[in-house]
Write a protein that binds this ligand. Structure first.
Ligand code: SF4
Length: 362
């Protein structure tokens, strides 16, 4: 008789992949790996994982760091809410748990940024608790194993729990085996069923419904916004501002600007936003760049303009954390910016867009 739990465990032991956090015993390092792997491919995560842990080797170091430092270390991974939540959770752990992660899944779920999946992954992998951890890969494997079109989260949890119950106390390896199987063998298109350790138990394979399971979730059409923003030059210095911590892309720095209103041009929007948000008067000079970028819940077209400072705003010599502030172009790399700004920052830092090329410079 087939025994999927033991077949999964045996398969997992033979092919442990070099996945960040996989060979770790330290719950903190497993936590960082799990958070980084959410919404980001493993190949992308690997270099960030090592440098992040070098920079913040434990919960105490992460909690003692500034949010700016944490966001800078995260820059390029995207979904910055994950970094903000890690930082906030580390501070809660220092305050309430003596700098250690709790083992209880309910307490884990009460921490910022830890949902049911991450709590289950941590409880099972770091602490050996018999908890399910159902991500998109595991959902696909379980749906195919039981030939279910659209199983609800409680149904998926119950299926995972029944496998864990047969895993002789190896909840962590069992969960990891399911995750690995989904990402490497039971893939969305072209699953490699002949190589699958649980093919003998797979109802979708038996019934010929593999390509139909699970059913497609309807795609959402993402809203689109035009954003007007300005590279405000004051001599050779540029104006940057920090976004509020609790909003979208919170805590990141940006070139000031905002949404283009109906009946307004992007240049007018840039000038208006800089005036309204920062009390800075500018003269828009010429277009600098147009960047299209898709975030998780919307798409933007960012229209950037070179502009000349006229009046208002912060003094030229501000403290390092003050916002807004004036910086030299080669200092921009020290600040964490949203992805849409990165190409223009590279050019500005290399002085390809030197201020002397701008008409109207002081
Ligand atoms: S037999 Fe195929 S469809 Fe079934 S779990 Fe394995 S890879 Fe997925």
């Amino acid at each position: 008789m087939s025994d999927p739990a033991h077949e999964l465990l045996a398969w997992f032991r033979t092919r442990q992949r070099a996945v960040p956090g996989r060979r770790e015993a330290d719950p903190y390092r497993i936590w960082v790996a799990e958070v980084m792997a959410q919404q980001t491919r493993i190949q992308t995560v690997a270099p960030y994982y090592d440098s992040f842990l070098e920079r913040f080797p434990d919960i105490a170091a992460l909690a003692a760091s500034s949010l700016d430092d944490v966001l800078k270390a995260w820059e390029g991974l995207g979904y910055y809410g994950r970094a903000r939540n890690l930082h906030r959770a580390a501070r809660e752990l220092m305050r309430d748990y003596g700098g250690r992660l709790p083992e209880d899944p309910a307490r884990l779920r009460a921490l910022p940024g830890i949902g049911p999946y991450t709590a289950g992954a941590l409880a099972s992998i770091a602490f050996g608790r018999p908890e399910p951890a159902v991500d998109g890969n595991v959902r696909r494997v379980l749906s195919r194993l039981r030939d279910l079109e659209a199983p609800s989260p409680p149904v998926l949890d119950a299926l995972a729990r029944s496998l864990i119950a047969d895993a002789d106390g190896e909840a962590g390896p069992l969960n990891q085996a399911l995750m690995d199987l989904g990402s490497s063998v039971c893939t969305p298109r072209s699953p490699r069923c002949p190589d699958c350790p649980v093919s003998a138990s797979c109802l979708s394979l038996e019934r010929g419904t593999v390509s139909l399971r699970p059913g497609r979730r309807p795609r959402r059409e993402l809203p689109h916004h035009d954003i007007g923003a300005a590279l405000v030059w004051r001599g050779s210095m540029l104006l940057i501002a920090r976004r509020p911590e609790d909003g979208l892309l919170g805590g990141l720095w940006e070139f000031p600007g905002g949404k283009v209103e109906t009946g307004e041009s992007p240049a007018e929007a840039a000038r208006r936003e800089v005036r309204e948000e920062l009390d800075v008067e500018t003269e828009i000079l010429r277009p600098a760049d147009t960047v299209r970028h898709a975030y998780s819940h919307f798409r933007i077209t960012l229209h950037l303009f070179h502009a000349r400072w006229v009046s208002g705003g912060p003094p030229l010599a501000a403290g390092p954390a003050d916002s807004p502030r004036w910086v030299r172009p080669d200092e921009l790399v020290l600040y964490a910016f949203p992805a849409a700004n990165r190409a223009i920052i590279r050019r500005l830092s290399r002085a390809e867009e030197a201020p002397h090329r701008h008409p109207g410079q002081a």
